[in-house]
Write a protein that binds this ligand. Sequence first.
Ligand code: ATP
Length: 270
Amino acid sequence: PLVTGMEVEEKPNVSYEKIGGLEEQIVEIKETVELPLKKPELFTKIGIEPPKGVLLYGPPGTGKTLLAKAVAHETNATFIKIVASEFVKKYIGEGARLVRGVFELAKEKAPSIIFIDEIDAIAAKRLKSSTSGDREVQRTLMQLLAEMDGFEGRGDVGIVAATNRPDILDPALLRPGRFDRFIEVPIPNEDGRREILKIHTKKMTLEEDVDIDLISNLSDGASGADLKAICTEAGMFAIREERPIVVMNDFLDAVDKIIGMERDEEIRKE
Ligand code: ATP
């Protein structure tokens, strides 16, 4: 990577079929990010500016990054990801310059998608008493806003941001012409969990007794990332016992382990 905390991928290999339980979110992101990239003339003809930025919000591991990558895949766009929290930690005094660099790169590589993960790290509401660190974060945010404002009607660069703390974002960021579209990406329900489990077990060698419906039922509260971990863990149980096939018991043990870990983490937080 050019800089730590930034990742560039030409046409990422993630299609919408690899995303489970987010049908509505896929429709929304297609309309707000994909359409302006694919058919900018639709917007010119009607005489409106395409949405510039979309904010995905919801708990960790629910598929926000996947959604952004799938749009890039679908539009043959370059995917440029920055993790805002790493940016501010690693490049003290450099945040604003780096933001400028990211937007330059995006224009150069257009069509492209800029994905800003954990945007709350640079876009939290202004605090009253500010330290020099806060002021540095402020400058980074101001630069981001300036870059977004500078992109009049450009359809070939899509900007997607993600956060699990939408409540602490600076309202300046959410003004029209900036991140003015919001898509909630929630923890999956039972149907969603079933879809996600189907995706992650697709390439696994499973015994006939493996009951995806039951695993979905038992994994209440699990995120997409947790469900993926459950599948991997089930596979590991089989490998440890030198079995070439994954059985239902492996999944039951994996659910216990992964859901149990989540629970321990919750307790540790309290
Ligand atoms: P974070 O906020 O922690 O960055 P995120 O919402 O961006 O999380 P992803 O990075 O997209 O989450 O998800 C992590 C991994 O979990 C994905 O690579 C994928 O394997 C799996 N996953 C998460 N959500 C889904 C989903 N809806 N369908 C299929 N797989 C999923």
